[in-house]
Design a protein around this ligand. Structure first.
Ligand code: GLY
Length: 318
C-alpha cells in the first residue's frame, strides 16, 4: 500500500516532509499527524497556530485542536486551551478516552498537567506586539478586529491503509474570549474514515461549521468520487447556498486525500497547501479559485513566492 499526507498552508510542509519519511519507514498515520502538527505548533513565526499564535481580544492565546483516527473513529479535541505547549498531542491523548474526549477552557490545562504534558506561555513578544498594534489601529479607524484564521489541518494515510487527521489553530485573531471555531469540531474542521479518505478545512470557522464540509467531502468520496471532485462539490455547493440564502460566504479552503493517496483541494480564496506521497516529494502548491466555478488552478509555489513568504512572516513588527 502507499502512503501520503496533505495539509493546509505552506507552514505545514516541513512537518509533513519529516513525517512522511517516517511513513516511508512504516510509521503510523497517527504518529505522522501528531509529529507534523507539533512542528507547526512549535514554530514561533506561524501566527495562527500554537506558540506565537495571535491572542484573543483580551490578549490571551486560546488554542483549538483535534485529532481523529480513521480506523475506529476515535476523536479527541480541545478548545480554548491555555498554556499547553502542544494542543494536538493532548487532543490525540483524549481520542483514547471513552468519555470526556472533548475538553474546553481551564479543563484542558488541568487534564494536560495531570497527564504530564508540557506547559508553556504561548504568547510571544511578537504576537503581543501584533495584538497591541491592532488595538491601536482599531481605536483610530473602523477596522474590523477579526482577521487571520489559518488553521493547520492534515490528513495522512500510512502503508497499512490506516488514516488519521488533525487540526490546530489559534482561531480568529481578536476573537471573543471563549470563542471556538470549526477546527476542533468533527465533520466541520476535519473528518477521516480509513475505508474512504479524509478532509480538513481552514477559513472562517463560523461559516465552515454551518456546512460540515469535511464530513461532506468524505461522504462524497465514499460514493465513488475522486478527492478533487468530492472536495470541490462539497465546498462549492455549500458556498453557493450560503451566498444565495445569507448573502455572503467567508473564506473556505479544504484539502482531501483518499486511502490510495490521491488528493484534491477546493478554495474560494488564494490558498497554499502541501502534499507529500510515496510518488511525490514534499511540495508546496498554490491554489487559485476559478472564476467560472470550476476546479481551482493549482501551481507549484515558486522560489520567489517561498522567499517572500519567509521574509514576510519573520519581518520585524514595528
Ligand atoms: N478555521 C479556524 C477558525 O475559524 O477558528
Amino acid at each position: 500500500m502507499t502512503y501520503g499526507m496533505i495539509a493546509t498552508w505552506r507552514m505545514a510542509c516541513d512537518g509533513i516532509a519529516a513525517a512522511t519519511k517516517d511513513l516511508a519507514n512504516g510509521g503510523t498515520s497517527q504518529k505522522a499527524i501528531v509529529d507534523a502538527i507539533k512542528m507547526v505548533e512549535d514554530y514561533p513565526f506561524y501566527k495562527s497556530v500554537g506558540y506565537g499564535g495571535l491572542p484573543n481580544e483580551v490578549g490571551m492565546v486560546e488554542l483549538d485542536a483535534a485529532f481523529m483516527n480513521g480506523d475506529n473513529f476515535d476523536i479527541g479535541a480541545v478548545a480554548g486551551s491555555r498554556g499547553v505547549k502542544n494542543p494536538i498531542a493532548v487532543a490525540e491523548k483524549l481520542s483514547h478516552e471513552r468519555f470526556n474526549s472533548f475538553i474546553v477552557g481551564d479543563g484542558v490545562a488541568k487534564y494536560a498537567i495531570k497527564e504530564g504534558f508540557e506547559m508553556q506561555n504561548m504568547l510571544t513578544e511578537r504576537a503581543k506586539k501584533t495584538w497591541s498594534n491592532r488595538l491601536d489601529e482599531m481605536s483610530r479607524s473602523n477596522l474590523s478586529p477579526y482577521d487571520g484564521h489559518d488553521t493547520v489541518g492534515m490528513v495522512a494515510v500510512d502503508k497499512t491503509g490506516s488514516m488519521s487527521c488533525g487540526t490546530s489553530s489559534s482561531g480568529l485573531f481578536m476573537k471573543k474570549e471563549g470563542r471556538v471555531g470549526d477546527s476542533p469540531l468533527s465533520g466541520s474542521g476535519f473528518y477521516v474514515d480509513s475505508e474512504i479518505g479524509g478532509a480538513t478545512a481552514t477559513g472562517l470557522g463560523e461559516d465552515l461549521m454551518k456546512g460540515c464540509l469535511s464530513y461532506e467531502t468524505v461522504r462524497l468520496m465514499g460514493t465513488g468520487l475522486e478527492p478533487q471532485a468530492a472536495v470541490h462539490q462539497a465546498m462549492t455547493t455549500f458556498a453557493n447556498q450560503l451566498e444565495r440564502r445569507k448573502g455572503k460566504c467567508g473564506a473556505f479552503s479544504l484539502v482531501a486525500m483518499n486511502n490510495k493517496g490521491e488528493w484534491g483541494v477546493a478554495t474560494n480564496v488564494e490558498f497554499s497547501f502541501a502534499v507529500a506521497t510515496e510518488n511525490l516529494e514534499p511540495t508546496i502548491y498554490l491554489a487559485y479559485p476559478a472564476e467560472d466555478g470550476g476546479y481551482p488552478t493549482i501551481e507549484v509555489a515558486s522560489q520567489e513566492w517561498l522567499d517572500a513568504y519567509q521574509t514576510r512572516i519573520t519581518a520585524p513588527i514595528q
